[in-house]
Ligand binder design. Structure first.
Ligand code: AMP
Ligand code: MG
Length: 403
């Protein structure tokens, strides 16, 4: 039996970062930058007004008061997006909107609130300092400056700066393409009526959703019957389409455990037991000439999900080019006692009742208890050598709340 860490290390040893490609900016959201991005132009790229008001010479309004306003001739009107053809000279002003380029000659902006808002001539009731309300070219970013470094995850704020510096195509590690194949002759498409003995295929939906939350482009195939030929054809069909294949079901000791029966004969997929609960039967390796990585997850829904969390999510993050592969773990207080099998690391489903306090969810910790999984916010990680934890004990949890 392998430990959780040994098994995960074995999977990760065969997983590399996906080769970078150029993607349009909108598609690059959620990807990891593969190269530094430098600004081709400065930000702001020209001196511009930070207020709606009047571009003036500060000296012209030096003595202005409400009783003795400075009166200037308005020689032009510049909205954002236009450049004034008039220069500001002594005794004149240009009406200017936020973001419009500063006209030649002007050295300050008077906010409209300190004026009468005139369009032919304007009365200004307060002085301004030279340079007031001007956003200077390059005060934010200089031309050639690196705005984002390779390895950065592109979230909303990073999309913003990339757009601002005109980066329409971005060199990134792409999202891994993941095919999820659920196997089991008992499975039907959710929404279809259940005849006796049949169940809805929940795993493939859950796994696709989990893979997407982990940053993959995941899609589902199946459910397919426990039929060796059908399974092999389905896997072969995916080889040129995806970066990782996930299967669910058919890897334990049953008579119809198709996944294991078919893939064991290839010699490139390793099936073993992992000292964990739930999720003991596991398999991983490579298939086809393309050597596409495959992870064969157990069929019990909770086992399937917990195996995904421990083994697949880190692999997907590695493929994406992220450095942090594992979920954050921290110590909390346990609200109710829990049993744990000797010799196995248990991942018990739990929710927070207060900051730093968790209680187990669901009707026990069986690998079929989906209700408890659905409301879980964390997994309590109970070490291999511990068989019982009491209310009030400090335990480690893996936080599931962040995607
Ligand atoms: P297996 O690993 O194929 O022996 O399946 C173990 C248990 O998980 C059985 O009770 C299956 O019916 C159930 N199971 C397998 N695949 C799925 C699935 N895709 N959705 C829900 N339950 C499943
Ligand atoms: Mg099965």
């Amino acid at each position: 039996m392998r430990t959780v860490d040994e098994y995960r290390d074995g999977i990760l040893a065969g997983i590399g970062v996906l080769s970078p490609i150029e993607l349009p900016l909108s598609s690059a959201h959620g990807c990891v930058l593969a190269a530094d991005v430098a600004a081709p132009w400065p930000l702001p790229s020209f001196d511009n007004s930070s207020m709606d008001g009047y571009a003036v010479l500060a000296a012209d309004v030096a003595g202005a008061t409400p009783d003795r306003p400075a009166v200037l001739l308005v020689v032009d009107d510049v909205p954002a997006g236009y450049r004034s053809t008039e220069a500001v000279t002594p005794g004149t002003a240009v009406r200017i909107m936020t973001g419009a380029p500063m006209p030649d000659g002007a050295d300050a902006v008077v906010p409209v609130e300190r004026t009468d808002g005139g369009t032919e001539q304007v009365s200004i009731t307060e002085p301004v300092d030279p340079g007031a309300y001007i956003r200077r070219a390059a005060e934010d970013v200089t031309a050639g400056e690196v705005v984002l470094t390779a390895g950065t995850l592109i979230g909303a704020r990073q999309v913003g700066i990339l757009a601002a510096v005109g980066c329409g195509l971005v060199f990134v590690h792409p999202r891994p393409r993941v095919a999820v194949i659920s196997t089991g002759s008992e499975l039907v498409e959710p929404g279809l009526p259940l005849r006796r003995g049949l169940i809805s295929d929940s795993n493939s939906y859950l796994l696709v959703a989990a893979a997407r939350e982990a940053g993959a482009d995941a899609y589902r195939i199946g459910p397919i019957m426990d039929d060796e030929k059908e399974f092999l054809t389905t896997v072969e069909d995916q080889l040129h389409r995806c970066d990782l294949i996930l299967t669910s079901g058919g890897v334990s000791m049953g008579a119809y455990d198709t996944v294991k029966a078919v893939l064991s004969t290839l010699g490139t997929v390793d099936f073993c037991k992992v000292a964990m609960n739930p999720g003991m039967p596991q398999g991983h390796g490579f298939v086809g000439q393309e050597r596409v990585p495959i992870v064969t997850l157990p069929g019990n829904p909770v086992s399937s999900y917990i195996s995904f969390e421990n083994f697949v999510r880190p692999a997907l993050r590695r493929m994406r080019g992220l450095a942090d592969l594992l979920r954050p773990e921290f110590q909390v207080t346990l609200g109710a006692a829990l049993e744990s099998p000797a010799g196995k690391r248990q991942f018990a489903r739990a929710r927070f009742t207060a900051p730093g306090v968790v209680v187990p969810t669901g009707t026990g910790q069986g690998s079929h208890v989906m209700g408890g999984l659905a409301v879980a916010e964390a997994l309590i990680v109970i070490p291999e050598d511990v068989t019982r934890v009491e209310a009030g004990d400090t335990v480690t949890v893996m936080d599931l709340r962040a995607p």
